[in-house]
Design a protein around this ligand. Structure first.
Ligand code: ADP
Ligand code: MG
Length: 255
């Protein structure tokens, strides 16, 4: 079972933001996409989740072509994502934010039975149990009643990841989840990503931070100006001359 893109092309006017990109994420794998700013990472995510139209290419989930499906249908098919810039309501609590994730797909999957009976106590108990498990494993339990607007950005990002996990996806797409996270929060994030892969979720990790990717990813795809620059294990990528030249070298120089 896999999430698979082939030949994805996304153009914005004269800019080809994603230029013929193929990518496969098997269930249980952690696949990373890295690249400089503007290399098309977020646009590739948006193409996979249906937020931007593609000019060419296909997206398949577990063998089903979802290239023309709407975003909701893609969520139902098993995709969950976080955004590079978190989108959240500052007035809701951590508990509400994460529980929303759980109900978002439960309702979708159980729609026929939901038409007969509104949310049952059993569903609520399941949601509650899942909630407790997620917040405990991510160290968010004590924040349950805190409003999102009162949290530092690092914790908002972790809550976003928790919400995505709560929807019990087959594939979890994280767009620069480590941006602005403290060292302790990055540890929680790394552990969470590993746990998800161990639970047979396919993880697609877009990151700017190669250090984080190095220890997590089974395979790394490097984009540059929308095109595939390199692909391989993190150690292959770390030594790849083109990658060092356009990306890692620049970062090392900047550091
Ligand atoms: P990354 O996530 O790797 O930083 P993006 O996917 O955000 O890169 O951007 C890739 C290219 O596409 C950039 O040149 C960016 O300006 C352009 N782009 C992204 N989204 C849009 C949009 N909605 N409209 C026009 N251009 C866009
Ligand atoms: Mg981006």
């Amino acid at each position: 079972m896999s999430l698979q893109t082939e030949g994805i092309v996304v153009r914005f006017g004269g800019v080809t933001a994603v230029d013929n990109i193929a990518l496969t994420v098997e269930r249980g794998q952690i696949i990373s996409v890295i690249g400089p700013n503007g290399s098309g990472k977020s646009t590739l995510f948006n193409a996979i989740t249906g937020l931007v139209p593609t000019q060419q290419g296909t997206v398949k989930i577990d063998g089903t072509d979802i290239s023309t499906a709407g975003t909701t249908a893609r969520v139902r098919a098993g995709l969950a994502r976080t955004f590079q810039t978190p989108r959240f309501d500052p007035q809701i609590t951590v508990r509400t934010a994460i529980t929303c994730g759980f109900y978002s797909t439960m309702n979708a999957r159980l729609l026929p039975s939901m038409l007969r009976a509104p949310t049952t106590q059993r569903d609520e108990a399941r949601a509650e149990a899942a909630y407790e498990r997620i917040v405990e494993s991510m160290g968010l339990t004590d924040l349950s009643d805190t409003l999102l607007g009162e949290l530092p950005m690092g914790q908002v990002r972790l809550v976003e990841v928790a919400r995505a996990i709560a929807s019990q996806p087959g594939y979890l797409l994280l767009d620069e989840p480590a941006a602005g996270l403290s060292a302790a929060e990055q540890k929680i994030l790394s552990k969470t990503i590993r746990d998800m892969a161990a639970e047979n979720i396919g993880v697609l990790l877009v990151e700017h931070n190669f250090e984080l990717v190095k220890n997590l990813a089974d395979n790394v795809t490097v984009l540059n100006r929308g095109q595939l620059l390199a692909r391989g294990t993190s150690s292959e990528i770390a030594q790849h001359p083109d990658v060092i030249n356009v990306y890692l070298g620049g970062e090392a120089n900047a550091a």
